[in-house]
Design a protein around this ligand. Structure first.
Ligand code: AMP
Ligand code: MG
Length: 479
């Protein structure tokens, strides 16, 4: 069957200064690595057509499909707190948008698709490692139930990409509710382009916040979704790693998986990014950093709030100040569920914090400790199991005040505590094998991570924390 993608491209109808219209740069020899069948079907696409020679040519950027309107989006952003007045899709091309089976409009973007006017010093390409990493981690995030961009496909290019050493090139096809970022608003705000800002507000509202009417409503919507998102990340031990304003999505999806990680040993100040020297994006700083990013969005929106400047500042400030409460609500809900507490009690936050403190002191594995609560295995996670036992006693007393049966409580906890997450050493292992032409570990990881809450006895090795010699200490802004 011929490839038929029912494009309907709304971003390309925005003014010219929002993007550079251009086709992806062809690659030497497109090769299929993987098409995500379930996602293709959800988008109303035929997986077999995507896997055909014609489909692979499209996924590699060698052919532009009928109805596409390829373009590179422009944006700006604060990177590690420093202002970059012009960023943009430096290694990505938005092919266009498709309305999926649920009626949700989705971007289809090629990442690693060649240089654009926004490439700065970069080559516009990606190597296999970050492509597989983003594929694995974003699909795991989706399976864990967290809003995220997704991976539709990965293809090889038959080209070499020069990083620290020559590496095989690849292209990821990313699917997102949109690629509008806090930095997209900042780009136009910095240029005092109120007309563009107004158009972007309308576009973002229509796409993501249908109930909203004003720029302030939009801000409130983004704040609520990002507060919930960051709290959900914390519940999974996730560290985004590069929470720049250009990597903060207006839709509330997790986006731009670079130096990210799900923690092994719980350590609240943990950082993974090789360039995050000050710990700006450490695990426990993520809520504060998101407030900072949302304050930048609020600032960018001031001119189009339709209020006097003082009133706009007051309203926007009040909105941003609601973040801690919104974040706290979700955080408490998430961690109550992890502890199996269905009924709220006053001391719950302290009970949770007390466990976390002991986990940090006891070098407990984040995922395995929560999953093991209520079993003999929980105390084994701690260097000093006795420190856990005193908490365990208090928790069990607290649990006994809940109505549910132990079995139901166990099932509820298992639904809130994943059995498996993508551990960095396993991702590195899969990438290493793939560089040598063996994609079996990559496929196996995807298969197991598609059901992260289900115990899968034959995949127990994927739940094991790294030995000292396997631990991945840093990940790189993988480009
Ligand atoms: P990131 O922090 O990975 O989201 O990237 C920040 C900015 O750098 C974005 O504007 C990217 O498009 C750009 N960029 C990253 N890697 C490359 C590359 N290999 N070639 C061109 N631009 C890149
Ligand atoms: Mg980015």
């Amino acid at each position: 069957m011929a490839l038929d993608i029912p494009f309907d491209n709304s971003y390309g109808r925005l003014p010219d200064r929002f993007y550079t219209r251009m086709a992806p740069a062809p690659v030497r020899q497109p090769g299929l690595i993987k098409v995500n069948h379930a996602l293709a079907e959800a988008l109303g696409l035929d997986p077999a057509a995507l896997e055909s020679a014609e489909g692979v040519a499209v996924l590699a950027g060698n052919a532009v499909p009928e109805g596409a309107d390829p373009l590179a989006q422009v944006y700006a952003g604060h990177q590690f707190g420093g202002w970059s007045p012009q960023l943009g899709d430096g290694r990505a091309i938005l092919l266009g948008e498709v309305v999926d089976r649920d009626g949700v409009r989705r971007d289809i973007q090629l990442k690693g698709s060649g240089p654009t006017p926004y490439s700065r010093m970069g080559d516009g390409r990606a190597w296999l490692g970050p492509v597989l990493r983003e594929y694995i981690v974003s699909e795991a995030m989706h399976a864990l139930g967290v809003p995220t961009t997704r991976a539709l496909a990965a293809v090889s290019t038959g080209e070499i990409v020069l990083r620290e050493r020559p590496l095989p090139g690849a292209v990821l096809t990313r699917v997102a509710a949109s690629h509008i970022r806090v930095g997209t608003f900042q780009y136009f705000a910095a240029r005092q382009d109120e007309e563009a800002l107004g158009a972007l507000v309308q576009h973002a509202i229509a796409r993501h916040y249908p109930g909203a009417e004003t720029a302030l409503d939009l801000l409130d919507g983004v704040i609520a979704r990002q507060a919930a998102l960051v709290a959900t990340w914390l519940g999974l031990g996730f560290i985004h790693g590069v929470m720049n304003t250009d990597n903060t999505s207006i839709s509330g999806e997790t986006i731009d998986y670079g130096p990210c990680a799900y923690m092994d040993t719980y350590s609240p100040g943990k950082v993974f990014s090789s360039i995050d020297h000050g710990g700006r994006y450490a695990y426990n700083r993520q809520p504060d950093i998101m407030v900072w990013n949302l304050a930048q969005l609020a600032t960018a929106l001031l001119p189009v709030m339709g209020m006097e400047r003082e009133a706009a500042i007051e309203a926007a400030t009040a909105s941003v100040h609601r973040f801690p409460e919104l974040f706290g609500q979700t955080w408490l809900r998430v961690f109550r569920a992890k502890l199996g507490l269905a009924v709220a009690e006053d001391g719950d936050a302290d009970l949770i914090q007390s466990l976390m403190d002991r986990m940090a002191a006891g070098q407990a594995d984040f995922t395995n400790t929560f999953r093991a609560l209520g079993t003999e295995k929980a105390r084994d996670q701690f260097v000093d199991p006795a420190a856990f036992d005193t908490w365990d006693e208090v928790w069990r007393a607290r649990l006994s005040r809940e109505g549910a049966t132990p079995e139901d409580r166990r099932d509820a906890r298992d639904a809130a505590n994943p059995w498996v997450i993508p551990r960095n050493h396993r991702i590195e292992e899969a990438i290493g094998a793939a560089v040598n032409g063996d994609f079996a570990p990559f496929e196996r990881l995807l298969e197991v991570l598609a059901r992260p809450y289900a115990e899968q006895a034959d995949a127990a090795h994927l739940t094991r924390p790294p030995n000292a010699d396997e631990a991945v200490l840093q990940t790189f802004c993988g480009t």
